[in-house]
Structure formats: C-alpha cells, structure tokens
Ligand binder design. Structure first.
Ligand code: ADP
Ligand code: MG
Length: 903
C-alpha cells in the first residue's frame, strides 16, 4: 500500500513486516545467547522492535574487571530541518522521510507508492532541541564514563546534515545551541572532585590516514600504539591538556576548530572530508574499597609491625571518545576536489573500513577487518569492544539526496546489531602507593638516625663522666697517702732526734741519773710504740680507703662494659633494621617495576612516555625511588634494562672509591641475592667473585657482614656451593670467622659454612680447608644466633656423613669427631635455646648411627645425652630416632646393658 501521508496516515504494509522479519532472523546468536531479545513479538506492533522507550540505558550492573556486561550499540536518527535552499527548491515536493518519534520509527519513501519502515533506539525530529538530543544520545554514555567505563559518541551522515551541529556547536551566541561535546564536559566537571580526580583532553583530526594534533598542528603524523597484552590503543604522541574548568575547555575546542580550518585550507580539502576526534580521559579515585593488601615482610618472614600494611588505592581510568565523522557521501572516484585517484582512495579508506567492520560485526563474521584503517584501529574498543557506544545518524529531508539518506539509514540499522561487552576500567594505583611507601621509609630513616645520634651522645657522656670520677679519686687518694707518709716520717725523725739528745744527756750524767734516764727512756719507748701503733692504724685505714676507691673504679669499669654491651645490642638491632629497610627497598623497587609495567600496559593513553632516569641514578633509586620525571619520548623497558645493565652497574659499584656507595651497593646486591630468582643472574654477572673479594679486602665491618650474608644466601644452591669452594671461599670465610667480632657477621659466616656443610660432595674438601675448625672457633662468641648456625652446620655435616655411611661409601671415623666437635656437642646438647638444641640432638643421632663412632660417643659422654634425648626430647620424631639409634648399635647397646640403664 502506498503511504503518502507524512504524519500519521496509513498503517504498516506487508512489505514492511517482511522487512522486519528479515531483521529478526538476522539477530546475532551472541545477542540471543546474552539473553537480550532484540526483537519482540509483542501483540499489536507485531514484529516491531521494542527497545527501551526512555533515554539509552545507563551503565547497568557493575562489570568486574574480568568479564564484561553485554550492551548493544545504541543508534538514534536525527533529521535536519529544511534549509533555505531546500525550502525554495523542494517547495513542491514532500520530504523523503517521515518520522514517528513516539513509535521510534522512520519511514523512508521510495516513491509515491512505496515506503519502508525502520526502527531506531531513538528518533529525533527536526524540532528536537539540542538539550534533548544530548540527553538521549550522549548523557547515558557520559554517566557511564563517570562510573569507570569507556564510552563513545559518534555522528555519521552526509555532509550538511548536522553532524558538527549535533556534536561540536559551542553555543557562544545561544546557550541552547550547545552541542554534545560542550554539554558532556559540563556534566563531567560537575561530577568529579578535583582533589582526587583528573580530567584531560586530546583533540585530533584524521585525514588521508594521517592523524594530526588539532592542539599542536605541526604534529601531523601521530602513531597509534597498541598494547600487545591488553590490545588497548593509545596515541602517546598527542598533546594532552588537563581540564579544570568549562571555559578553558571551550577555548581548547575553539583553538582546535581554528587549527582544523587552517589545516584543511592548506591541504586543499574541506573539513567534511576529515574525521574529528575528541578524547576525554577521566581518572577517578575509588573511595572506601580495597581489595588487595600488601604487607611488607621482615627478614624472618614476620610481618614487620613498623611497616604496617599498605593498601594500593583503586583508580578508574575511563575514556570518552567523541567522533565527528567525515561526510558519508561517496566522493568522485575520478578525483573530485583536485585529488588523484590514489588520494581519493585514501580519503575514503577509513570510512569504508568502518562500514566493513560494522557489517562484519553485525553479521557476527569471524573476521573483523579492524586493522584495515586508522579509524577502525582507533575505534576498536567502540565497536565490538568494551565501550558503551552511542551513534547518531544525521539525515536531511530532501528527496534529492534519497540515495545518501538510504545508505545512512542502513548504516545505522547495521550498527544496531553490534554487541559490545562493557567492562569497568579499574586498577590498583601502584604509583601513589609507591609515593606513600617512600614517605614512610624516609620517616623511618630519619627517626633511626636521630635515635642513633642520641644514643652515641649518651654513651660518650657517661664514659667521660666515669673517667673523670676515676681520675679524681685516684688523685685524691695519692695526695692523702703522700701527706700521711710525710707526716709520720717527720714525727719519726723528730722522736729519734729527741731520743738521741736524751741519750747524750744520759751518758754525761752521774750513775744516779742512769736509772731515771732509763725510766724516761722506757717511757719514751712506750710512747714511741703507741705512736707507731696509731701510725699503722692510720695506714691500714688509708689502705682500706684505697681498696674502696679501687672497688668504685671496678664498678665504673663494669658500668662501661655494660654500656658497651648495650651499644652492641643496639648496633645489632640497627643492623637488623637496616636489613629490613633493605628488604623494603628491594620490594619497593620491585613494586616500581610492577607499577611501570602496569603503567606501560594501561596508561598509554595518558600522554607522553617516560624515560628511565639512567643507570647512574640506580643507587639513588634504591635509596628512595622518587616518582620518575615524565618527558617526551618512547618508554624504555625498565625491567629489562635493570636485568641486563643494572646488575652489572650495581656490581661495578662494589668497587667504587666512595665507601658510602660501596656499602650501599653491597646492600642492594645482598637484597637481590635474597631472592632465589636473582641468584643465578648475580653469579653469572660475577657477583659471587666480587662478594668474595670484598670479604677478603674490606676493612669495613658492615660491608663484611652484608657480603657474608649475601654469600650465605647464594650458598643455598648446590651449583653456587661448588663455585664458592672453587674460588677459595672456605678459606676466606674461615679467616673472617677468626677475625670478626660482630655477632651478626659471625652469624652470616656461620650460616654460609653451615650451608656448605649440607653438600655431600664437598665434605672432605670443606674439612680439609678448615671449615669445621672455623665453625667450632665461632662458638667463642656466645650469641645464640651464631651458636644456632654452628649447630645447624654440625647437624648438616653429620647428616651427610651418616648418609654416606648408609650408602656404603668409605667407612671412617667422623671428621667432626676428628676435628674435636664432640665436647661442644655434648656440652650444648641440652642448650636452652630450642634451635641450637634441636640441631645438636639431630647431629648426635646421626653420629651415633655410625658404629665406628660408638667408642668416641661413649668416652665423650655423649651416650648419656642420647639416652636423655630418647626419653625426654619434646619432639616425638627425634625421641624415636634416638631410641632407634641406641637400640640398633651393638656397641652402644652393650654399654647400656653394662650400665644397667634403659633408653
Ligand atoms: P555536517 O557537519 O554534517 O556537515 P553541519 O553540522 O555543518 O553538517 O550542518 C550544516 C548546516 O545545517 C549548518 O549551517 C547547520 O547550522 C545546519 N543545521 C544542521 N542541523 C541543524 C538542526 N538540527 N537545526 C538547525 N540547523 C541545522
Ligand atoms: Mg561537519
């Protein structure tokens, strides 16, 4: 039936039903599977498509970052009012289309008798306001972008039908005329929080397969970069401008538009032949949600309370792309507008590739030719990707352009069949976590430094005070002694003199006086005796005083010793703290690498690339990795650089002139060596040799301690154990064992030797080069950590020996017993520290399993210990091992029976 009435009028003819049925049958299986019926069989309207009647639906359920939510591309059609020319020229003709907005239908008249009906998600008449157009076409997409999904708004249609009017009007002269770009930014700026969120834009033009920066037109061949892992596309070469207010955004659009006109004049084309692309990047912090907890582990695997736990904040990075496509009309293949045929092909390439992709997607074809043009590469996410996409097709009313109008409508119809899987663009913000960790680390370093200084000062003050007191007491004592001595000496001389005089007088006087004189002399002698007695008493008194002072001096010395011990403990704590900081640094470094990785993969659209700050700053990086500067240029694969060149550089720093740098470098190497994954690389790069050299040549206690620790870590692996032996490592470790005073250094050295002790093949050589003697020598330092390592080494060694014996290898007395380990073993078999005791218990069991050692075990008193272990050991497996060992050795069993004891 003819339907000659433009509004209302005739119903739907059979042709149209047939057409809609055809659409029905071509619904993609994907859409059907997604449970989204695209056509309904509702009564009345029959086979008409019934889609949502309101605006395009806003972002639905929150998509997890893994799987998306199915969402069809939404398509609206907009009819431009007749323009002045059409009013005049087409005055006698009706429009070629008739709209039924309430039914969301469009009738396209083929001629006076026939028309075809198409259904769209939204039908916008010539009277639709710009505000309404924004609300139905773009607003749901903008809201979606603000929630963290990518979004696309695109206009397609013949030149002059209102694409730019719809998208790009600035509304300077009339606010009501503002287009989608301006209104979208208004909504974005109204919703975001500037303290935590970030909005930036890039504005580009695509013409003849060249991408030109409309904000910096000199930049006219921008490359598209694709992340090989995620497939995300970005334009790292494009200018990115942060937007904080509406006015500056409108100014940017104005600048871009001016550049577009200037560029097109120069290229001798019209803007209708180029595609304009506005990209708005939105980065928002997600508040109150943390899904991952990164806890920093201390040296022993315990979570360090000092470090606490750090949770990386979550950010959503979404992108709104607004595309004002080139006019959809075909250009003359013979080269209109003064172009050659090749140029003409190139001009059309992107648009026709877009059509082909949409056809392929609509037909669910296995191959979608995305790579055929730059436009389709850029819009990869918009069609068949993860973005929420809304398309507005613009048409004019004139019957003269019926052909173009039909093809525009068909394009829109096909686009409606494209199904996207929208996904939330959410990720962890490692960069800001890194910054926070950095601050925390700096605080800890500063606090540690202050405490150290305070402690050193305090120790110095107490020592000075004690010395002062001792010196003063000494001096006073000497003076008092001297005075007393002189006084008594004088008194003694005086009395002698008196006696001599008296004696003379007595000699000269008559005999009668003799008796008198004798009695006087007796008196004097008596007197003298008493004087002597009191002098002696006083001397004793003084001696007591001296001994009192000496006691005081001893107390002061004891106090000084105590302080020194405190100093030792403090410095060992400091060492541990430093190691913890080291671990933290290496984790920080690792996180920076991960953050870089993440940034590289996900952050491409953010703007210009970053440059690795260079190898010379490696040390300063590990000291506190500052956020790296951004600069133009391509990104370096930092992880690779670190592996290939960074390690060499760090190792070369081990020989630096600067003692500080050396200390730091050896710490970095030690931290790397703590990771099993790095050990092989370190050894390959000559790190083991460098560390051994450092152990031999360095005077610095810290360097020796850290180097020994790194060697101990490397010595966990059998290949490295061979290398350590081959490079004379045992002799070096033994030398350090006898030289070093610091318990932590000794612990590292003992740990390294203990690891070597566990290697079956190295037993004889290790012992020959003094390894066991060195181990035993270190027990002079009574620190329990050192003793635990020594005990572990002995247990390892004894285990290898007993293993060799059970495998029937050469049978000789234990080298451990030969080297005199037994007395120490017996003495510490019941050590109160559990790690020491366990190792020694095991060592004893291993030694006793070998019959040739039995006599030494009996003589050395170890039998009693074994009996005790078999009875009392709290660990059942060791208790049983000891029991089995005792009962399976004839010599030991005989002795037990002889003594009448029971294991
Ligand atoms: P295109 O970008 O598709 O080539 P334009 O947006 O430049 O088309 O529009 C061409 C002309 O039509 C312009 O003068 C524009 O102002 C006018 N125009 C387009 N759409 C409308 C509309 N809906 N209402 C009024 N005028 C319009
Ligand atoms: Mg235009």
């Amino acid at each position: 039936m003819a339907s000659g009435v433009r509004n209302g009028g005739a119903g739907v003819g059979p042709r149209m039903s047939a057409k809609l049925d055809r659409q029905s049958s071509s619904a993609t299986p994907k859409a059907a599977a997604a449970g989204k019926p695209r056509l309904s069989s509702a009564a009345g309207a029959g086979a008409y498509r019934r889609t949502s009647s309101g605006p395009l639906p806003a972002a639905g359920g929150r998509a997890s970052s893994e799987s998306g939510v199915s969402s069809r591309v939404r398509v609206a059609v907009r009819l431009r009012p007749r323009n002045a020319e059409e009013l005049a020229a087409d005055a006698d003709f009706g429009d070629c289309v008739e709209l039924q907005p309430e039914l969301k239908r469009l009738k396209l008249r083929k001629n006076n008798w026939e028309s075809e009906t198409y259904e769209f998600d939204e039908v916008l008449t010539e009277f639709s306001s710009q505000k309404r157009v924004y609300e139905v076409v773009a607003k749901p997409v903008v809201e979606s972008v603000l929630e963290g999904y990518n979004g696309t708004v695109m206009a397609y249609g013949q030149t002059g039908t209102g694409k730019t009017f719809t998208l790009g009007r600035l509304g300077d002269e009339d606010t009501a005329a503002r287009g989608i770009m301006v209104r979208a930014m208004e909504d974005i700026l109204a919703d975001i929080t500037f303290e935590t969120d970030y909005v930036s834009v890039s504005y580009l033009q695509l013409y003849m397969e060249m991408i030109q920066d409309l904000l910096d037109p000199v930049n006219d061949n921008i490359a598209i970069v694709e992340d090989p892992r995620t497939g995300d596309v970005s334009l790292p070469g494009a200018t990115v401008v942060e937007v904080r207010d509406q006015k500056s955004f409108v100014d940017l659009l104005r600048v871009g538009e001016a550049h577009r006109i200037a560029a097109n004049t120069k290229l001798n084309t019209e803007s209708s032949r180029s595609h304009a692309i506005l990209m708005v990047n939105v980065r928002r912090a997600v508040k109150g949600r943390n899904e991952m907890e990164v806890s920093i582990s201390g040296e022993n695997g315990h979570s360090s309370s000092m470090m606490g736990s750090f949770r990386p904040p979550i950010v959503r990075k979404s992108k709104l792309v607004v595309v004002d496509l080139a006019g959809s009309e075909r250009i003359d293949k013979s080269g209109s507008e003064g172009h050659t045929l090749e140029e003409a092909k190139s001009i059309n390439l992107s648009l026709s590739a877009l059509g082909k992709c949409i056809n392929a997607l609509a037909e669910n074809s296995p191959h979608v030719p995305v790579r055929d043009s730059k436009l389709t590469r850029l819009l990869k996410d918009s069609f068949g990707g993860t973005a929420r996409t809304s398309l507005v097709v613009t048409i004019g009313p004139s019957p003269r352009h019926r052909g173009e109008t039909t093809s525009t409508i068909m394009f829109g119809q096909r686009a409606m069949k494209v199904e996207n899987m929208v996904k939330l663009k959410e990720e962890f913000d490692y960069k800001s976590l890194c910054r926070r960790l950095d601050i925390e680390l700096d605080k800890l370093i500063a606090e540690n430094e202050r405490q150290r200084k305070y402690f050193d000062d305090e120790v110095e003050r107490i020592r000075a005070e004690a010395q002062c007191r001792i010196a003063e007491a000494d001096r006073e004592c000497k003076i008092a002694l001297e005075n007393e001595k002189m006084k008594y000496h004088q008194e003694y001389l005086d009395s002698i003199k008196i006696l001599e005089e008296k004696w003379k007088v007595h000699q000269q006087s008559p005999k009668k006086q003799i008796k008198e004189a004798e009695s006087t002399s007796n008196d004097l002698l008596q007197n003298e005796k008493m004087l002597r007695q009191s002098a002696e008493d006083e001397a004793n008194d003084l001696k007591n005083q001296v001994s009192h002072w000496k006691k005081m001096e001893a107390t002061a010395t004891a106090e000084a010793v105590k302080l020194r011990k405190m100093l030792d403990t403090e410095s060992s704590q400091k060492g541990k703290l430093e190691e913890e900081i080291g671990v933290l640094r290496s984790q920080l470094l690792q996180m920076s690498l991960e953050a870089d990785e993440t940034r590289r993969s996900l952050d491409r659209g953010d703007g210009p690339g970053k440059i690795f700050p260079g190898l010379d700053s490696l040390v300063s990086q590990t000291r506190g990795s500052q956020p790296r500067e951004q600069s133009n240029g391509s990104k370096q694969p930092i992880a690779k650089l670190f592996e290939q060149v960074g390690l060499q550089k760090i190792l070369s720093l081990l020989e630096s002139e600067e003692p500080d740098v050396r200390v730091h470098a050896v710490k970095v190497v030690a931290n790397l060596a703590a990771e099993e994954a790095n050990q092989e690389k370190i050894v390959e790069a000559g790190g083991l040799t460098s560390l051994l050299m450092l152990l031999r040549s360095s005077e610095d206690e810290t360097i020796r301690r850290v180097a020994a620790g790194a060697i101990a870590n490397l010595a966990m692996n059998e290949t490295n154990q061979d290398l350590i032996m081959a490079q004379g490592g045992v002799t070096l470790l033994s030398m350090t064992a006898s030289d070093a005073e610091d318990p932590q250094t000794l612990r590292m050295v003992a740990g390294a030797i203990a690891n070597l002790c566990g290697n079956d093949k190295l037993q004889t050589r290790l012992r020959g080069e003094g390894g066991i003697k060195a181990l035993l020598g270190m027990v002079r330092c009574r620190h329990p950590d050192v003793l635990a390592q020594v005990a572990r080494g002995i247990a390892n060694f004894a285990k290898c020996e007993s293993r060799a014996a059970t495998q029937g290898n050469k049978v000789g007395k234990s080298l451990l017993i030969d080297d005199g380990a037994l007395p120490w073993i017996v003495k510490n078999a019941n050590n109160e520290a559990a790690p020491i005791r366990r190792h020694i218990e095991l060592a004893l069991c291993h030694l006793a399993q070998h019959e040739v050692n039995a006599r030494d075990i009996i003589i050395g008193g170890a039998l009693w210990e074994l009996v005790r272990i078999s009875r009392d050991c709290s660990r059942e497996d060791i208790r049983q091992l000891a029991y089995r060992t005792l009962t399976s050795s004839p010599t030991l069993e005989a002795e037990i029976n002889r003594l009448g004891i029971k294991p």
